[in-house]
Design a protein around this ligand. Structure first.
Ligand SMILES: Cc1cc2nc3c(=O)[nH]c(=O)nc-3n(C[C@H](O)[C@H](O)[C@H](O)COP(=O)(O)OP(=O)(O)OC[C@H]3O[C@@H](n4cnc5c(N)ncnc54)[C@H](O)[C@@H]3O)c2cc1C
Length: 108
């Protein structure tokens, strides 16, 4: 999982690595119980803080296809190009919230 995986269309990011690790753990738990693992849909979002209070983002959804992760067409996209400053402020807040969430999930 993560950067070491040949993941197909799914970008290499901490968000992807975290999502893939959870899907992998769920699949192992299912197999241990002799159940068929569910087909996961994995989300990646990358936030960029361009300036204080000014964020942009790109998101995508991926699912297994032919042994790799393929993009789910029509899902995801970028934050709007021509957005008011209130949207940029919200995106910046989402970026900071995501950072707090992932660091507390990963490092406790
Ligand atoms: C400048 C920069 C900015 C980034 N910004 C973002 C961002 O905003 N959002 C985002 O989602 N992602 C971001 N990323 C990407 C993100 O950091 C990686 O995708 C993520 O860390 C991958 O996690 P991983 O656990 O797969 O690999 P890694 O985090 O690289 O962990 C692999 C670990 O294995 C260790 N290791 C390697 N070889 C061995 C060995 N032989 N024996 C024992 N240990 C070994 C390494 O030391 C390392 O600790 C950024 C990356 C960079 C470089």
């Amino acid at each position: 999982v993560g950067d070491a995986a040949i993941g197909g269309a799914m970008p290499k990011s901490a968000f992807s690595a975290n999502a893939q690790a959870k899907a992998c753990a769920a699949a192992v738990a299912a197999l241990v119980r002799e159940r068929q693992p569910a087909q996961p849909k994995l989300i990646n979002t990358c936030y960029s803080l361009v300036a204080p209070g000014y964020g942009i983002s790109i998101a995508g959804v991926y699912q297994p296809r032919d042994g790799l992760l393929a993009e789910v067409e029509g899902a995801g996209g970028t934050s709007p190009l021509e957005a008011p400053s209130s949207v940029r402020e919200l995106e910046a807040a989402y970026a900071e919230d995501w950072f707090r969430t992932i660091t507390s999930e990963v490092f406790g």
